[in-house]
Ligand binder design. Structure first.
Ligand SMILES: NC(=O)c1ccc[n+]([C@@H]2O[C@H](COP(=O)([O-])OP(=O)(O)OC[C@H]3O[C@@H](n4cnc5c(N)ncnc54)[C@H](O)[C@@H]3O)[C@@H](O)[C@H]2O)c1
Length: 250
């Protein structure tokens, strides 16, 4: 295991891409601060990493709650574990056309998926800058192309791309800020989708299958690390080729 400059802070780490990202960083020797609104889920993720010889702690955090960010930042500062790397991965999604989204639905999705990125740099810019650190935001191919019934999600993910670019210039040259845009990745998001829906999604990708969470985590780990030392303000699409063509390649 390689030791690194400082802890990595991950939101939505109780499941899916966030949990896989926590595992990837732990396996690379990082001290992992795993956070999620689901405290039990993230506790199980952290416990498994520790059982496997990694360093990790679990913390309940609703990324839409500014005071919770302040409290957790203070707790980490007191423990001398302020992060050198932040992965903003939590999201919220309400499937409905725009006119059927309530104000509360709309605001919640923007707060969890987009404003959380702002809250993360407000909470951790000092330790990010001191460490010469990195922020990796988890966007979506929804930032590039539209699907029905996801207006707030699309707006939030498009906002994440713009905010990534913006933060990359505000905190340069000390902090690199990048974004991954996953395509169809097999997490619990797909639990409610039947075989027909899954194979339709697989056929949209030139690689002919859905992606795995660890295939996104590997790119996040790369973007946060020294191998990406000249990459900032940009996006990496991790979609098996889903957005490269308008034809059904399957
Ligand atoms: N799975 C896909 O097909 C796909 C595609 C494109 C983008 N993404 C993006 O990948 C990221 C992770 O998605 P996933 O598929 O792993 O989902 P997931 O549902 O498996 O995991 C998301 C985690 O976020 C947590 N969470 C939800 N609201 C939260 C909040 N307010 N505060 C803190 N944590 C919260 C959940 O409890 C859950 O553990 C999201 O940003 C999502 O938009 C996923």
């Amino acid at each position: 295991r390689r030791m690194t400059a400082g802890p990595v802070f991950i939101t939505g780490a109780g499941s899916g891409i966030g949990a896989a990202t926590a595992a990837a960083f732990a396996a690379a020797g990082h001290d992992v601060i795993a956070t999620d609104i689901d405290g039990a889920a993230v506790a199980a993720v952290a416990a498994a990493l520790v059982a496997d010889g990694g360093r990790a702690t679990a913390h309940r955090l609703d990324v839409a709650d500014p005071e919770a960010w302040d409290a957790l930042a203070a707790e980490l500062r007191a423990a001398d574990r302020s992060p050198a790397i932040v992965v903003n991965n939590a999201y919220a999604l309400v499937d409905a056309p725009a006119h059927e989204q309530t104000e509360a639905d709309w605001n919640r999705q923007l707060s969890v998926t987009l404003s959380s990125v702002y809250r993360s740099v407000r909470a951790f810019h000092a330790s990010l800058e001191a460490a010469g650190g990195s922020v990796v935001n988890v966007g979506s191919v929804h930032a590039l192309v539209a699907w029905p019934d996801r207006p707030a999600y699309a707006a939030a993910k498009g906002g994440v791309v713009a905010l990534t670019r913006q933060l990359s210039i505000e905190y340069a040259p000390w902090v690199r800020v990048n974004c991954v845009l996953p395509g169809s990745i097999l997490t619990k998001v797909w639990d409610g989708v039947g075989d027909a829906g899954r194979s339709a999604a697989a056929r949209q990708a030139s690689l002919g299958r859905l992606g795995r969470p660890d295939e996104v985590a590997a790119v996040i780990l790369f973007l946060a690390g020294d191998g990406a030392s000249y990459i900032t303000g940009t996006t990496v699409v991790v979609d098996g080729g889903q957005t490269t063509s308008v034809i059904d390649v399957g």
